[in-house]
Design a protein around this ligand. Structure first.
Ligand code: MIC
Ligand code: SF4
Length: 642
């Protein structure tokens, strides 16, 4: 009998191309897809360009959860476009107000053992249910909806073995913050984190989902928990017990490496500005003044999370110096909090209750004050993401957040027994009236409703064999997609308008970047390690494409962003010798010759015409990726097949 870990088992049931040999490219059959509104507009324009009559997946869902502030007509226009696409292609549509895509997907659609890709980097949340769930660029999700395989590098699988049980005041969030402290934001690139051990049984599905959700911050392909009796109970509470199947790694399965986490010893943790891996114990920061506490996001907005917060707030008031905001993960959760009398606890205590959506997590409102300190239960604290450049954002558990909101300063919640009183309900009331099911009467017959803000997808072109271009900017390590294509309340309404967005490309790192790119008719970006970490937004490739960026030369790349570059015909090159990074400066002229053959060989020599140096580079692409890049990107390749 073949002994396999859980990741290998799910992959072996879905593999369409390649072999399960770590490091090589494999194709996966995709059962389910999800999109959200800020990446969905592009994904549906791309799906339209693929000219299919209906989606070919078992299930696809289009959520509206990000662009919910409607300060002008753009966001509502985009919602209507997505709704019309959903109707035309046979996709479920989750109306604004229904909740955050990952939370609702867990509640209403996730199926253990199935594959899911989503145009959002936190799609791995569904790994908490035992799905193989992966974040991807919009065009990859569109291709999966059109029935094509999704390609990843066969991952190395890391075991995270949990023993013991969390103590009162310590939370699932502290587990993933601890793993981030050990593994860093680039430790998980092309890896899957698989959770095993006795400690798994002590965690409910929403707690598991907190961990798999924030596994995205490791740069991981995904994270996955086994599907067990706790999974069955969760699905039963959602009226979906029939979706259950037991799944676990075989006894004696092998792993790339094992990380041991003893839950008995874990303490509350906090990620300091501006990176989710700058983790220390909360006790080290105890007593520090803060201005804002925000509870919510796809990481920590479950019923259990919010019930814990209510338990502590009961009979108390939010500190006079704190603004406490709460965004429940789904309407189902909000309704249940109301039915159980917990919502009134928040209101009596002085919390500001927001609608069910991403909200402050993506800078859609609630930006902190100048130089503000904000304690958030979210997953990302990248520079500027909150909407306030001078703000410091700290990432914590709901327990730490709420204890701090009451005290008015950062407070260690360790030992506060009241949190243990909160339980996952045995049964939720199911009311899907904000979910619109696909209807045969409209599939293939619905006109797509495009508002004036929808400007189309910029066309990618194949790389040239010989060219030279200027270095437009030289960037440090860990540049996030929030640096490359910032998102906030004023920019998110333009996610379907690349010409507008391009004027803000890379401005948090280099305010002059768009102007320099335009003045030089495009050029090359040079960067350090882990370039493009964070979001799946293909806008971080589309805006550079629009500005004429031909190549990015970096020390290393984040997985989704590298694929997004390839999908858009931008060449992702790495330094053979990372020290060469220091020899390149802004304004240098870089030249390539015989590039197509060199890309095929995997080794590229670039000449820095300004210094005269020849620099050895590498390009690591699977055969399919190579063909895509040389063919001018995914959409161009699909169109050319016709
Ligand atoms: C994020 O958390 O950064 C986002 C906003 O959800 C993105 C998607 C986007 O940029 O629209 C993500 O995680 O992929
Ligand atoms: Fe939404 Fe924030 Fe989750 Fe992204 S990380 S999906 S913005 S809640």
């Amino acid at each position: 009998m073949i002994v396999a870990n859980l990741t290998e088992k799910i992959i072996s049931r879905h593999i369409t191309d390649g072999e399960m040999k770590p490091g090589t490219e494999i194709g996966l059959r995709i059962d389910q897809t999800l999109t959200q509104d800020s990446t969905g507009t592009m994904a549906y324009l791309e799906l339209e360009a693929m000219e299919i009559d209906r989606v070919k997946t078992k299930l696809s869902v289009a959520y509206i959860d990000h662009n919910m502030l409607q300060a002008g007509p753009e966001n509502f226009d985009d919602h209507l476009f997505i709704q019309s696409a959903a109707k035309n292609y046979g996709i479920w549509f989750s109306k604004p107000g229904n909740g955050i895509c990952h939370q609702v997907h867990l509640e209403r659609f996730g199926v253990p053992g199935d594959t899911l890709i989503g145009s959002d980097s936190h799609t791995p949340t569904a790994g908490g249910l035992g799905m193989l769930a992966i974040g991807a660029g919009g065009v990859d999700v569109a291709a999966a909806m059109a029935g094509r395989s999704y390609y990843i590098q066969m991952p190395d699988v890391i075991e995270v073995r949990l023993t013991g049980k969390l103590r009162a005041g310590v939370s699932a969030k502290d587990i993933i913050l601890y793993v981030l402290q050990q593994e860093t934001v680039k430790g998980g690139v092309n890896k899957v984190y698989e959770y095993t051990g006795e400690g798994v049984k002590t965690l409910s599905v929403p707690e598991r989902a907190t961990i798999t959700n924030m596994g995205a911050e490791l740069g991981a392909t995904t994270s996955v928990f086994p599907s067990d009796e706790i999974t069955r109970e969760f699905l039963k509470s959602m009226g979906r017990e029939e979706a259950y199947q037991p799944l676990a790694a075989d006894e004696g399965a092998s792993y790339y490496k094992t990380i041991e986490v003893n839950l008995d010893e874990l303490v509350p943790m906090v990620a300091c500005p501006h990176s989710p891996d700058k983790v220390v114990a909360v006790s080290e920061l105890a007593g520090e003044a803060i201005h804002q506490v925000a509870i919510g996001s796809c990481t920590n907005s479950s019923y259990l999370d919010l019930a814990k917060c209510a338990m502590l707030l009961k009979g108390k008031k939010v500190n006079e110096n704190i603004s406490l905001v709460i965004s429940p993960g789904s309407r189902q959760i909000l309704k249940r909090l109301a039915d159980d009398g917990l919502l009134s606890i928040f209101l009596e205590a002085g919390a500001r209750v927001l609608e069910c959506g991403c909200g402050p997590c993506i800078g859609m409102g609630q930006a902190p004050c100048n130089n503000g300190k904000s304690l958030r239960t979210f997953n990302r604290n990248f520079y500027g993401r909150s909407g306030t450049k001078s703000a410091d954002v700290y990432l914590v558990s709901p327990e730490t957040a709420i204890a701090s909101a009451v005290a008015g300063v950062i407070t260690d919640p360790m030992g506060i027994e009241v949190f243990a009183e909160a339980q996952v309900p045995e049964k939720f009331e199911i009311d899907d009236n904000l979910l619109i099911a696909p209807n045969e009467d409209y599939i293939g017959k619905t006109e797509l409703v495009k508002g004036p803000n929808i400007k189309g997808v910029p066309a990618a072109v194949p790389p040239q064999d010989v060219f030279s271009a200027k270095v437009l900017t030289v960037l440090e390590d860990n540049i996030t997609t929030d640096h490359i294509m910032p998102s906030n309340a004023s920019l998110l309404p333009y996610r379907s308008n690349i010409p507008h967005l391009a004027d803000f490309c890379l401005t948090p790192s280099d305010a002059e970047f768009p102007a320099k790119a335009k003045a030089n008719g495009g050029g090359i970006i040079v960067a350090g390690e882990n370039y493009g970490q964070g979001s799946s937004r293909e806008h971080a490739a589309l805006a550079p494409l629009y500005l004429g960026v031909k190549a990015v030369v970096a020390k290393s790349f984040a997985r989704i962003h590298k694929q997004n570059l390839v999908n858009n015909g931008i060449i992702p090159l790495t330094f053979a010798n990372p020290a060469d990074y220091d020899t390149i400066h802004e304004g240098d002229e870089l030249a390539f010759e015989d590039l197509i053959a060199q890309i095929k060989s995997g080794n590229v020599t670039m000449t820095n015409k300004t210094t005269g140096a020849a620099i050895a580079l590498q390009i690591e692409l699977g055969d399919r990726q190579e063909a895509l890049l040389l063919g001018g990107g995914l959409l161009t390749s699909i169109k050319n097949e016709k």
